[in-house]
Design a protein around this ligand. Structure first.
Ligand SMILES: NC(=O)C1=CN([C@@H]2O[C@H](COP(=O)(O)OP(=O)(O)OC[C@H]3O[C@@H](n4cnc5c(N)ncnc54)[C@H](O)[C@@H]3O)[C@@H](O)[C@H]2O)C=CC1
Ligand SMILES: O=C(O)C(=O)Cc1ccc(O)cc1
Length: 314
């Protein structure tokens, strides 16, 4: 059971994440009214047809007027533009947050435009799928998933507590982290796997002897998992790569070194080395599962609202 937490919530961007928020806010009655703003009128019309909010506009400034909570859910490269647009319209005490996959860059882009009288608390729900747009969202997306808040020094504790309660009501577990640390951690656990997926699917496609039909016909679950990730939104991931550049390059360098070492072990028939590494990594997964962490990333098979790409014909 949950109750109203904010009189008015403004959602800027109504794609996978924004529309999932709209659905859970409505389902749990977390807001008096929900104002929706997005850039394109087609997306706005679709959000209207889906009944995701109470008011609809292509003007972010208009949507945030009188809002107690503003959630920016746009590709990270558009953060500054949105912050500029809403800057002059934020009411006294408004909480402004975001859901972007990178945090240092979002802070740099948005902080200068959020007035002193509002509370800026960046955030990142570690929950998503390969789909995008307002049709892709679902109310249970955040259930049992972490949401990382990266408050700035001297953040208002009351605002932080309110935002924490909000995410908990959406079903998430909330953690706090420094933006720099967030970007390093996410570079290895999220951004690198995504880049590897883009790369391996591209490599398979480039091989002349492996035609597309053979790739599909013989793809085992490992390759299929990569194709799922590689089907993700190109704008979103272009922006992640450009806006977490240093951490991603650092992790890619380490990854390449380790890959070279693995390559050498295979070349020289070093079975012991291979066996040791594979045993170690198997142990890591076992211990994560024993610690009660769901490492199926993300296992939406258990969500009745989620339709896998294969079934959608996607
Ligand atoms: N897709 C995923 O699995 C996850 C994404 N994120 C982050 O959430 C954010 C949103 O991602 P999705 O919802 O997946 O993307 P999406 O592509 O489904 O939706 C993005 C929305 O932003 C709108 N938009 C773009 N530029 C805008 C602007 N300048 N002003 C107003 N609206 C604008 C688009 O019209 C669209 O409605 C991104 O920053 C992404 O890094 C975070 C966790 C998971
Ligand atoms: O679809 C997947 O496997 C994801 O990992 C979703 C995802 C994408 C980006 C994020 O910042 C957080 C979660």
């Amino acid at each position: 059971m949950t109750t109203k937490q904010f009189d008015k919530i403004a959602l800027i961007g109504i794609g996978l994440i924004g529309s999932s928020l709209a659905r859970v806010i409505r389902q749990k009655g977390l807001a008096g009214t929900v104002a929706i703003a997005t850039r394109s009128s087609e997306t706005l019309e679709r959000a209207h047809d889906l009944g995701l909010g109470d008011s609809y506009t292509t003007s972010s400034a208009e949507a945030v007027r009188d809002a107690d909570l503003v959630i920016v859910s746009v590709p990270v490269g558009s953060s500054e533009k949105v912050a500029r647009e809403i800057s002059g319209e934020l009411k006294e005490g408004a909480i402004v947050t975001d859901v972007g996959s990178t945090k240092e860059s979002v802070v740099e882009q948005m902080k200068p435009y959020i007035p002193e009288h509002a509370h800026f608390i960046p955030g990142h729900p570690i929950a998503g799928t390969e789909h995008s747009g307002p049709d892709a969202g679902f109310a249970t997306l955040f259930e049992g998933r972490w949401c990382i808040l990266t408050p700035l020094p001297n953040a208002d504790e009351e605002a932080l507590a309110k935002l924490t309660t909000f995410w908990e009501s959406c079903g998430s577990m909330v953690d706090r982290m420094d933006p720099h640390r967030h970007d390093l951690v996410l570079a290895i656990v999220s951004h690198l796997p995504q880049i590897i997926a883009y790369n391996i699917v591209g490599t398979a496609d480039d091989l002349e002897t492996v035609t597309e039909s053979e790739v599909i016909k013989y793809s085992a679950s490992g390759f299929r998992d990569f194709t799922r990730l590689a089907a993700s939104d190109p704008t979103m991931w272009r922006d992640v790569c450009l806006h977490n550049r240093d951490a991603i390059l650092e992790m890619l360098a380490r990854f390449s070194e380790d890959l070279s070492s693995l390559q050498r072990a295979i070349r020289w028939g070093d079975g012991d080395k291979l066996f040791d590494l594979f045993s170690h990594t198997r142990h890591i997964r076992k211990s994560i599962i024993e610690a009660g962490q769901d490492v199926e990333a993300p296992d939406f098979g258990r969500h009745p609202e989620y339709t896998p790409a294969e079934k959608r014909g996607g």
